[in-house]
Each structure stands twice: as C-alpha cells, then as structure tokens.
Design a protein around this ligand. Structure first.
Ligand code: PMV
Length: 319
C-alpha cells in the first residue's frame, strides 16, 4: 500500500490571508493562483502493518510532524483503516522561505496517501482534503491557473482550474534572497488578521480584483494582470504589517527588488512583483521577457538564486 505523488507549489495572484473557520481552514476571501513548474514536492506514503507508529522522514519540526500525522489521520478516517504509515518527502526548493512548501507538501501528501489507500476521490474531494491540511494546498490540486472560491462550508470551499497550464506562457521568476526558515509561518501569522484596521477594506476590494484578474487571464493582458497582482500583494502586506503584533516579511533586498522592478517598467519592460509570507520576490512576466528579466535581476546584489517557473499542471499520482 504505497504511492508517490508530485505536486507543484503555487503563487497567488490574489492572496489568501485570514480564515473565517480555523479548524476547517475556510478562507476569509477567494484567491487565484498559478501552479509552478520548478517548485514542487515529491512525496511517497507507505501504509503497512509493519509500522507501529507513523514515521515522517525529513527535516520537519515536531509541530510540522504533528500536522502531517493529523492529515494522515483524516485520510485514514476516510478509508476506514488504522494502518500506520511511513512518509518520505522531497522539495525542489528551500522550505519555508516564501515559496509555499505547505501548499505543495500537503497537496502531494493528500494525493499520495489517498492513492496508497486506494481511495478513488474526485479532484474536488482531493482539493477539499488538501485544504484541511493547509489552505493554499487546495490550489495545488487542479491544473494551471486556479481559483479557490471561499465557500461557506467545508464542502463548498475548494479550488478548480480556470485555465489549463498551456493557456498563457507566463513566468514566475522567484528571486531567493535568503533560504532562512521564516520566523512566523503563515498559519500562525494569519491568526491575528482581525487586529488589522485595514482588513475590512481589503475584503471589500477582493471581488472587484477577482473579476479584473479573470478578465486579464481571459484576454492575456500582462499589464492588467500585473497591476492587480501588485495591488493585491501590497494590500495583503499592508494588512500583515498593521496587525498586532505587526508582521513584516520584507528585508532590504525585498524592497530593493521592488524598486528595481518599478524602474524596469519605466524603461519599458513588462514585469511585476508579488511576495508571499517570506522575503523572496516573485517576478511575473511573459515568456518572451524571461531572458531580459533574468539578466537584470542577476545584476542586483543580494539575489542568491533564481528559480524560473512556467505554469504547471496540478498534483499527480506518479506511481
Ligand atoms: O495555506 P498557507 O498557510 O500556505 O497560507 C498561504 C498564505 C500566502 O502564501 C501568504 C498567500 C497565498 O494565498 O498563497
């Protein structure tokens, strides 16, 4: 009873920050993302009566291991089995540094564990199950460009593909400014979201942004897409930074890259930035501008590594 799954991380163009139900991980707002081709997790899960306890291999904290085991429990419950499991996992990128390792990690764990137990789940069911492990993981299940509708219950809060990966040749060029594990993870960071005086304004703006984003994706307009991406990124970080206690994920390098991107745009290059719960900056542009963006970014000191992503398919059971 063994299976391996591979699942992409995703970059949110419209971000998820805050839950209306913590246990069910129901988000305060809908979000839109793109799966990433070069940032993924490969996970093997083996259930066996040989194991007396769950074995989670890899560099995880005790809290992370607990969360992984709680997720295994959910999937065992679904299948009606009590067998313990061994979990082996590998990321193609540094964990916890602003690329959503929890998204690819819980998506891969969900698909591998369900596959190993022979559960025949639909994409919607897998997305719901992944969401219970980590919110943004539900967006790593479907193909390409994805919307997570907030929903009002567990059954109505899941992600679906808006366009397949080959719809638009976009790039997410991730600039890693550090591989240090972040101090405050997104789950605990968003617990204080309601202390921000800017939250209500953010939530009121989201439906309009979602509509603009869908239009930008439909007509493949990089300028419209980029403007909405930056607006929503800055809005989410304004909420984070105005929470009590304030949450600041940016470093000097982060700000330096944001300034550089604004300057490059003035010079005619269509590139936009977005940032998740970490210091790294994701540069969004069209495929035709990839080389120029990479050339320019490598001229900036402080960028340790660059990961070039195309839109990718969702989570897959590989064997
Ligand atoms: O589901 P989590 O805990 O990985 O939260 C993700 C939060 C952000 O990355 C900051 C935004 C998003 O929508 O991906």
């Amino acid at each position: 009873m063994k299976a391996t799954a591979i699942a992409p991380a995703n970059i949110a163009f419209i971000k998820y920050w805050g839950k209306k139900d913590d246990a069910l991980r129901l988000p305060l707002n809908a979000s839109i993302s793109m799966n990433l081709s070069s940032a993924y997790t490969t996970t093997t899960v083996e259930f066996s009566k040989e194991y007396n306890t769950d074995l989670v291999e890899g560099a995880f904290t005790p809290k992370e291991i607990q969360r992984i085991i709680a997720h295994l429990e959910r999937i065992r419950g679904r299948a009606g089995v009590t067998l313990k499991a061994r979990v082996m996992t590998k990321n193609s990128f540094p964990k916890g540094a602003g690329i959503a390792s929890s998204a690819s990690g819980f998506a891969a764990l969900t698909v591998a564990a369900a596959g190993a137990l022979g559960l025949k789940l639909s994409e919607k069911e897998l997305s719901i199950l992944a969401r219970l492990g980590s919110g943004s993981a539900c967006r790593s299940i479907p193909d390409g460009f994805v919307e997570w509708e907030e929903g009002q219950s567990s059954e109505t809060s899941f992600a679906r593909s808006i366009y397949p990966a080959d719809h638009w040749d976009l790039r997410d060029i991730v600039c890693l400014v550090t591989s240090k594990q972040k101090d405050v993870g997104s789950s605990s960071g968003m617990e204080n979201v309601k202390t921000s005086p800017l939250l209500d304004k953010r939530l009121a703006a989201i439906p309009g942004r979602i509509a603009k984003m869908k239009e930008a994706l439909k007509i493949k307009n990089i300028q419209l897409l980029g403007e909405v991406i930056e607006e929503d990124c800055l809005d989410m970080h304004a909420v984070m930074q105005s929470q009590t206690p304030p949450l600041n994920y940016w470093t000097d390098e982060t700000r330096q890259i944001m300034d550089a991107v604004r300057q490059w745009r003035k010079e005619g290059l269509s590139v936009y930035f977005t940032i998740d719960a970490g210091p790294n900056v994701h540069l969004i542009c069209e495929g035709k501008d990839e080389k120029e963006v990479v050339r320019k970014i490598t001229e900036i000191g402080g960028v340790r590594e660059v990961i070039i992503n195309k839109p990718a398919k969702g989570a897959l059971l590989v064997y």
